[in-house]
Design a protein. Sequence first.
Length: 317
Amino acid sequence: MKYDLVIFDLDGTLLDTSKSITKTVNSAMEELGKKQYSIDECVKFVGGGVSGLARNILGKEKYTDVTNEEMEKVIRKYYDIYFDYGVEPYEGIPELLDFLTENNIKKGIVTNKDHETALSAVEKKLSKWRFDGIFGSDEKEYPNKPNPYNVDRMAQNLDVPKDRILFVGDMLVDVNTAKNAGVDIVYCKWGFGEVKGETGINEDVKVSDVQEIIKKIFKDENLTAEEVVSREKRKRSSLGRAFTRITNSILAIILVLLIQMFYLGNYVIPTGSMEPTIAVKDRVFANMIKYRFEAPKVGQIIAFKEPVTNKMMYTKR
């Protein structure tokens, strides 16, 4: 495999948060007495977290009766309320995360979404999967994307070299983050960047579905994405069958040992006292349970430890 760590953006990449953003923006605008926006219009304001939403709205509308700080404060209030409103993973994302987990590829998130809100969103919508690192925005402590600070921090924390990291995002800021960090990038066409009409992004890094991401994780470019997935499933199936055979063999050995210890004794005759019925070195199996519940009868052959040292097995009629 080509990568040991895949770092994701969150909004617009893993999660479709367009309804949440729209609800947040319009609730804030209603409180401020400003105009309402469609989903596409709200998505075009995305970039730079909550402060970016306020900055982008004011940049478009040129409002003079509200400051950036005032609008940001109101937006943040509703942002905390509606952070999971209508939010769902994009099509194919669960399968992609399953695939990474099954192949022991580390997963991380670097987002400009407020750090605590990002943690809450992941807990609400992506709790099935374990992420090896989640870094959201905390502008008082460290810079946002496209600064590579959080990518560098995650690479260091997880001890993964840069050439083994793939960044998956949906906006130009993600492309620039990957460039600044010196890691490979995948640009998801299902995200917000396409809605915003972003330009200047190399077509070679764009993907239309998660199968194309899976293909990029592997070095063999001669295979289609479906062939790559099929190949990995076959490998896992073969390993699974081998593991099952080994497990069954171990269980069988344990079962035989338990039977010999507690139910069916396996003994070799050491002397000729039972000849000609039983010869020296004959092997016999003895029921170790029966005489716990009834006394032996005349004529039956029994096996028992001699009563002095309690070490040697005797076989007598």
